[in-house]
Design a protein around this ligand. Structure first.
Ligand code: FE
Ligand code: FE
Ligand code: ZN
Length: 278
């Protein structure tokens, strides 16, 4: 089963996102837990969350992906910035309990000159402060492009963070195809090699979601500029292999390409064709 969807605006609530996803031919989606500025989030409407859960069950949705605001930074050199990230993520995890069993993805952060090791320690510290045994959400570290002082562009760095988290069974990884390529992993040319490396360093059982993005830049560029599927350096054949790869079956695959909703509908249809569906 291919669980494919795209990033959607959360402004009208869960049920509206679920209906939009269905209209686009999607059976999963991603949304920001709050606006990217990371300010106060709207209260969750429990009736809306319940209506969405029923819709998702009725239509066989896969796991859906909540994305933390990309502006938070759990490993900033500024202590207030780190505290803000921790408070935001803790609050998001409370809110995720309205849609249990899904995933919450975040960018590990940028060490802002402190060095990768300090960054890794602070990210793990944040996770250890917010994870509790009762949460029903899996928290995902996103693979990063390695722009600026970003932590998490190397599989080894993600592994180090995971190793330091006490409640490790609450953790997983989201693989972003543009980011891993930009980080230097040739996912377009050698998907088996990259997934074998992922398995060796992190473990494929940790892989819980995929971001499907082409890249405007070649392998190792460290730029993080997404392109529509087939219009970047990864190319259409890479996505055919990705959606059909045995190691990735059943994972939510989410588009974050520069697109409007009709464009997403076309990309979803394209990926379904590449997967061998009608
Ligand atoms: Fe992201
Ligand atoms: Fe991404
Ligand atoms: Zn990106």
């Amino acid at each position: 089963m291919l669980y494919i969807g795209c990033h959607l605006s959360s402004s009208d609530g869960f049920l509206a996102m679920g209906k939009t996803a269905l209209a686009l031919g999607a059976n999963t989606f991603q949304f920001f837990t709050r606006n990217p500025r990371g300010s106060k989030a709207k209260a969750i409407d429990s009736a809306d969350a319940a209506a969405f859960r029923a819709l998702a069950a009725e239509h066989g949705f896969g796991t859906i992906v909540a994305h933390a605001p990309y502006t938070i930074n759990p490993c900033s050199k500024d202590q207030h910035t780190r505290e803000f990230a921790r408070m935001t993520m803790a609050d998001d995890l409370q809110r995720m309990e309205y849609i249990p069993g899904n995933v919450y993805n975040f960018h590990p952060g940028s060490h802002t000159g402190q060095g990768v090791e300090t960054g890794i320690a602070q990210i793990a510290e944040t996770l250890n402060a917010i994870l509790t045994p009762d949460i029903r959400t899996t928290v995902l570290l996103e693979t990063m492009a390695g722009k600026g002082s970003e932590v998490g562009s190397r599989f080894e760095e993600l592994r180090e963070i995971l190793d330091r988290v006490t409640l490790g069974d609450k953790m997983g990884v989201c693989l972003d195809t543009c980011h891993v390529s930009d980080a230097g992993y040739d996912i377009a040319g050698d998907i088996d090699g990259v997934l074998t490396e992922f398995d060796k360093i992190i473990g494929l059982h940790r892989l819980r979601a995929v971001h499907l993005n082409d890249s405007l830049n070649p392998v190792g560029a460290h730029k993080d500029r997404h392109a529509p599927i087939g219009e970047g350096y990864l190319g259409i054949d890479a996505f055919r292999r990705l959606v059909s790869h045995p190691a990735l079956q059943g994972l939510p695959m989410v588009l974050e390409t520069p697109n409007d909703l009709p464009g997403y509908a076309e990309e979803i249809a394209l990926l379904r064709r590449l997967h061998g569906e009608q």
